[in-house]
Design a protein around this ligand. Structure first.
Ligand code: HMG
Ligand code: MG
Length: 306
């Protein structure tokens, strides 16, 4: 396999990780977590969502979070935005990058953002135009690209079509989401191959979940197919509240530990990342779902004299 020298790790823990929890993580803990992730060298940290607080109360403090984090030069802090209201709220906090999100499956999209795929694209058009006027970078998401919790199979052609529409709107990057973690490496190769044929892969990222333990295998398939940006959540937290069984984003610790072991650079300090997740676990009592995190945390403990 031809491996790249470098891969971009796009951290979604503070957004995707917290949105699905039964309880509200205090704003102070969110801010400390984001600051610690910045210090660990993550180049892009999706910090929160300016969605409806009725739909996702866990992130109702988006404004406060964006005002309180310490923005490091060179680090991107994108936020999720579903419509113009969300964009206006985000802009008030000085964001430089937004992410819009739709899906390859109609049923999921209706449940998640109360719109058909076509309606969501129409809704994003003025958002993308306004973002471009303001000089903001725009990312797009295609959820349920490998399977849907409501309608099962999703056609690869639908993924290609929705990705094309998001790129046409002006998205600099489109992240292809395995929302419920059902993809397998053969399917990843197939879908990424089709995207490559249609658009090339410079603007394509993979957003994998580890629900069935196939997250890292799917990363390897993505790498082999030419993907160079992978989303992950520190501690393996999270999932989408409107997709049953979507727990377990691919953990950033698992991803970074594997990439480094393969000789691929990420710019992330793995020890500092583990410390960031440990501090979050200590301040909130949250349980993490990451093999590398558990292994490295206990190794660190052994090194600390009792
Ligand atoms: P709706 O109810 O159809 O919206 O929701 P509406 O336009 O009719 O507005 C209803 C009320 O919400 C109004 O207030 C609006 O002002 C307000 P009222 O007049 O009743 O007082 N409102 C807002 N308030 C604050 N911020 C806003 C906003 N928009 C409307 N931005 C809507 C439509 C899209 C707003 C809603 O469905 C929503 O917010 N959904 C978000 C769901 C979500 O965040 N899901 C998780 C993220 S996606 C994901 O996790 C997948 C991903 O990780 C990739 C993967 O894994 O596949 C990205
Ligand atoms: Mg997700």
């Amino acid at each position: 396999m031809e491996l790249p020298e470098q891969v971009t790790v796009y951290e979604v823990g503070p957004r995707d990780g917290f949105q699905n929890l039964a309880r509200f993580v205090p704003t102070d803990s969110k801010v400390a977590f984001i600051d610690a992730l910045s210090a660990a060298g993550l180049p892009a940290i999706e910090a929160t969502s300016f969605v409806s607080p009725q739909w996702v109360p866990q992130l109702a403090d988006a404004h406060e979070v964006m005002q309180q984090i310490r923005r490091r030069p060179g680090v991107r802090y994108p936020v999720l935005v579903p419509n113009l209201t969300g964009l206006e709220r985000a802009v008030e906090t000085g964001v430089q990058e937004i992410a819009v999100f739709t899906a390859a499956s109609e049923t999921f999209n209706r449940r998640n953002i109360n719109a058909s795929i076509a309606e969501s694209i129409d809704r994003f058009r003025p958002v993308a135009e306004r973002a471009q006027e303001l000089g903001l970078n725009v990312r797009g998401y295609v959820s349920t690209a490998f399977g849907c919790p409501y309608q099962g199979n999703v056609e690869a052609e639908s993924v290609v079509s929705v990705t094309g529409q998001l790129l046409e709107l002006g998205c600099a990057e489109v992240s292809i989401g395995d929302t419920i973690g059902v993809a397998d490496p053969a399917q990843v190769s197939d879908v990424v191959g089709r995207l490559n044929d249609s658009f090339g892969l410079d603007g394509i990222a993979l957003h994998l979940h580890d629900t069935y333990g196939r997250g890292l295998a799917n990363v390897v398939a993505g790498l082999d197919a030419g993907v160079r940006t992978f989303d992950a959540a520190a501690g393996g937290l999270g999932g989408c509240p409107y997709a049953k069984g979507a727990s377990g984003n691919l953990s950033t610790e698992d991803l970074v530990a594997m990439l480094h072991h393969m000789g691929i650079e990420t710019g992330v300090d793995l020890g500092a990342l583990v410390a960031a997740t440990s501090a979050l676990a200590a301040s909130t009592g949250l349980r993490m779902a990451s093999r590398a995190f558990e292994a490295l945390r206990s190794r660190r403990r052994e090194l600390i004299p009792a």
